[in-house]
Design a binder for this molecule. Sequence first.
Ligand code: HEC
Length: 145
Amino acid sequence: MPVPKRRLVGLGLQPPTLTPGRGRAMPAPGLVGSGTAPSLAIVLGALLLGGCVREPDPAAIWARECASCHAEDGRGEARKLPLSPGLDLHESPMVIERARGPIYRVIRQGYSGMPGFDHRLEHREIEALVTYVIDLVHDGSEEPP
Ligand code: HEC
């Protein structure tokens, strides 16, 4: 990056070496800063991009957003089940019938005692959750007792 000289002149500053001991050497940290800023931007950009491109992890989303009510195995959190039997997704007609559309809508918009997740989850995350929930109920993927 062959910038410094012209910018120093433009700013009316002299190179630090010509002004020893007068505090005019201050540009040095600034130069260091302007050198680090772009690389920081690149790192941040890469992180953001990585976040966008990464595949959704429905198991992690389930654990984070859903298991508090539906339990890890989808059978419903034991303490909440008596009040809301609908928490047991193994008894849910739409999950049993693999009705992706209705399941998607429930997750996005919420339903009865369940909050909607359209503001918290992206489309493809909800899509991945629909598959996850169906697999949870159908594939014998339940934890052995
Ligand atoms: C605050 C508790 C709560 C959270 C968190 C929650 N749910 Fe629910 N969910 C419910 C309740 C209660 C019902 C049952 C509504 C009823 O049947 O009256 C339900 C119903 C459902 C149904 C439909 C079952 C049916 O046939 O009616 C699906 C599918 C579902 N939830 C999936 C999810 C997923 C996926 C998540 C996480 C993104 C999630 N839920 C998070 C409380 C919750």
